[in-house]
Design a protein around this ligand. Structure first.
Ligand code: CA
Ligand code: CA
Length: 128
C-alpha cells in the first residue's frame, strides 16, 4: 500500500449561502447552483497521512485509510479510519477560474461531512 498526504481543512473555515449547507442527504447528489462558497481568510490545512491502494483520494475506496493515529485540527483520528471524498464541488471565482473542493466523510457515513480538501490550486483565500 502506498502512502500519500491529504491536506484537510476544518469545516469551520468554509461556508455557503445555501441553507442546506454541506451535509448531503444520504449520499444523494445535490445542487448548490449559483450559491456562494466562502473560505475564511488564512484557512490552513492539516496533513493526514493516508494508506491507499491507489495514488489519489477518491470516493468509495475502502482501502483508503488513515495510516496511523494522527491529530487533525485538534481531533484525535485513529489509524485505520476510513476517509472518502464523498462528493466534490466545482466552484468558479470572479475571474472564471475553476477549483475543485472534496468534501470528506468518515467511516462510511455519507450524510455527515467532517472536513474538506482542495484538488490542485487553492482558491484565493486558502493556503497550505
Ligand atoms: Ca484512493
Ligand atoms: Ca462514498
Amino acid at each position: 500500500m502506498a502512502q500519500h498526504d491529504l491536506n484537510v481543512f476544518d469545516m469551520a473555515t468554509i461556508s455557503t449561502s445555501n441553507p442546506s449547507g454541506f451535509n448531503s442527504a444520504g449520499g444523494e447528489q445535490f445542487w448548490l447552483g449559483w450559491d456562494t462558497i466562502t473560505i475564511s481568510e488564512g484557512a490552513r490545512s492539516d496533513v493526514v497521512v493516508m494508506e491507499d491502494d491507489g495514488d489519489f483520494f477518491d470516493d468509495d475506496d475502502i482501502d483508503q485509510r488513515v495510516a496511523y493515529d494522527q491529530v487533525v485540527h485538534g481531533y484525535d483520528v485513529p489509524g485505520g479510519t476510513l476517509l472518502e471524498a464523498e462528493y466534490e464541488l466545482f466552484v468558479r471565482d470572479s475571474w472564471g477560474r475553476v477549483y475543485t473542493i472534496q468534501l470528506i466523510s468518515v467511516n462510511g457515513d455519507p450524510s455527515t461531512i467532517y472536513g474538506y480538501s482542495i484538488v490542485g490550486d487553492p482558491p484565493p483565500s486558502a493556503s497550505r
